[in-house]
Write a protein that binds this ligand. Structure first.
Ligand SMILES: Cc1cc2nc3c(=O)[nH]c(=O)nc-3n(C[C@H](O)[C@H](O)[C@H](O)COP(=O)(O)OP(=O)(O)OC[C@H]3O[C@@H](n4cnc5c(N)ncnc54)[C@H](O)[C@@H]3O)c2cc1C
Length: 468
């Protein structure tokens, strides 16, 4: 009898899971097992924080119940490293006579190497079934005419849209599978507590799908006009579910297409704007494959490695604590620490403030985000940081430094996002909340740690010198 092992990673769902669906496709009697392997020491080296691990733990508990209903024996195995994962898999496959191993691909350099090692070691006896599931189009499937990875988003998107028309991208249906429920897996927790309050996040794929449906119904058609306002629920807030794999990008697109009754390439601009973000998501994963140095703490633009970052400890602490005296930056950093999430516009503002106004190395911000974000994901996080720091591919031009005060005035005109995270600002009229130092009212809030005008010019000069 075949013994099929499904190896779960950041794809913690049963619906539209390429590896699981493929493993379940068979009428013959088969033995089905599933496993999730941790790599505690490696993950701590990569900076995965308690928020991500605690959240993963909650999601695994709900996945365990779904798998038990499908009659699949599931176990969570606590290991220290990817090396141990490889050893564990090789041994397990041997002792349990596994005939087929199913998994969905990951694109960071360490994960890819680990998967190659597994394939190398077990291949002669075991059939490997691996799938592109995290992204819409396989990395390597969207290349330039010269067969290179794209480094600029717009031509990538054009090619991506042409290619998607040629493939099937509908979600997979779980084959009907009749088996007696298996016992629900038990394991010692991956992590006992989070650093932020994560109680508002969906922890099961069913709840995550409900959130997706709510967004599609109520938010998709106004996305373009509301996406940049941090005080509105103008974006989907689905990133934790996409990052940990409670939902798939295929499901997102299928639901959007069902609402609008047309394929994405015929979407009106308001709704296409959201699809554009899903394409950015793919772009950053493709970049990880095309440019492995991105997984190794290296700048995409090699010449920016010579920047002499100031990395002033007091500035960094103020930035992390949300006490820089620049309200939009502090509000974002407090939102991050308290909830494990931050609005995209504010992510860009705090990242530019750290890397440009404070002239601190983008890697400091990247790893701090990695520690707190529930949606932490190397591709998107590294992409976002290197974009903001002008060290990345297709990055913000170095001379276009965001002014955090005008960003705040434009995107939070009533100062309600600011007041939510910095309650002392409610004592000020809305117009003064963006720059409290211009008000005569005394409030409990620090003065700015840096002059925005001179620090902006300093950053521009540093980057200009680099060009010479
Ligand atoms: C400095 C910085 C760091 C970031 N770190 C991460 C991270 O670790 N993980 C992460 O998922 N996103 C990251 N982003 C991208 C983006 O901020 C979040 O994906 C977005 O805020 C999530 O909110 P949402 O689900 O409401 O997004 P929506 O606007 O509703 O977008 C839908 C989905 O598209 C994807 N997406 C949206 N914007 C981007 C983007 N710019 N790049 C890649 N994918 C995107 C996300 O999966 C998101 O859930 C980062 C951005 C910046 C500027």
């Amino acid at each position: 009898m075949q013994h099929r092992l499904i190896w779960f990673r950041d794809d913690l769902r049963t619906q539209d899971n390429s590896a699981l669906v493929a493993a379940l496709k068979d009428d013959r009697p088969i033995r089905l097992s599933a496993v999730f392997l941790t790599a505690n020491d490696d993950w701590s080296r990569f900076g995965y924080g308690a928020n991500r691990l605690f959240y993963t733990e909650q999601v695994l508990r709900s996945l365990a119940k779904e798998l038990s209903l499908l009659g699949i024996d599931f176990q969570v195995v606590i290991l220290r490293s990817y090396l141990e994962q490889v050893k564990w898999l090789v041994e397990y496959c041997q002792t349990e006579e596994v005939t087929d191993l199913f998994f969905n691909q990951e694109y960071q350099v360490n994960e890819r190497q680990r998967d190659l090692d597994v394939v190398d070691l077990v291949q002669s006896n075991i059939k490997i079934h691996e799938f592109a599931d995290r992204i819409m189009l396989q990395a390597g499937d969207v290349l330039t005419k010269e067969n290179n990875y794209y480094t600029v988003f717009t031509p990538f998107k054009k090619r991506w849209l042409n290619r998607i028309k040629e493939v099937s991208y509908a979600p997979f249906t779980l084959p009907s599978h009749h088996a007696k429920p298996s016992p629900i897996a038990q394991w010692a927790p991956l992590c006992n507590a989070s650093e932020s309050d994560l109680s508002s996040y969906a922890t099961s794929e069913t709840e995550a799908i409900i959130r997706l449906d709510e967004f599609i119904e109520n938010g998709l058609l106004r996305y373009e006009s509301t996406r940049n306002s941090p005080s509105l629920s103008g974006t989907s807030r689905l990133s934790p579910y996409l990052a940990r794999g409670l939902i798939s990008p295929r499901q997102c697109i299928a639901r959007a297409e069902a609402l609008l009754e047309r394929p994405i390439w015929d979407f009106p601009a308001e709704a296409f704007s959201w699809i554009n973000e899903i394409i950015w998501r793919d772009f950053y994963q493709h970049l990880l494959v095309g440019f492995p140095r991105l997984s190794k703490n290296k700048a995409f633009r090699a010449n920016t490695e010579s920047i002499r970052w100031i990395n002033n400890e007091e500035d960094i602490t103020a930035w992390k604590n949300g006490s820089t005296g620049i309200p939009i930056v502090d509000a974002g950093m407090r939102e991050l620490r308290e909830t494990g999430w931050m609005h995209n516009r504010v992510r860009m503002v705090v990242a530019q403030f750290l890397t440009k106004n404070l002239l601190c190395d983008w890697r400091i911000g990247e790893s701090y985000f990695m520690r707190y974000l529930v949606d932490s994901d190397l591709g998107a996080n590294n992409g976002g940081w290197q974009w903001s720091a002008s060290t990345g591919t297709d990055a913000a031009p170095y001379f276009r430094v965001f002014n955090p005060v005008s960003q705040s005035q434009t995107h939070d005109p009533h100062g309600s996002y600011l007041a939510k995270w910095i309650p002392s600002l409610t004592a000020l009229e809305a117009a003064k909340r963006h720059a409290p130092w211009t008000s005569n009212v005394n409030i409990n809030y620090p003065p700015p740690i840096v002059d925005l005008k001179t620090s902006r010019q300093r950053a521009i000069d540093v980057f200009k010198d680099l060009r010479k």
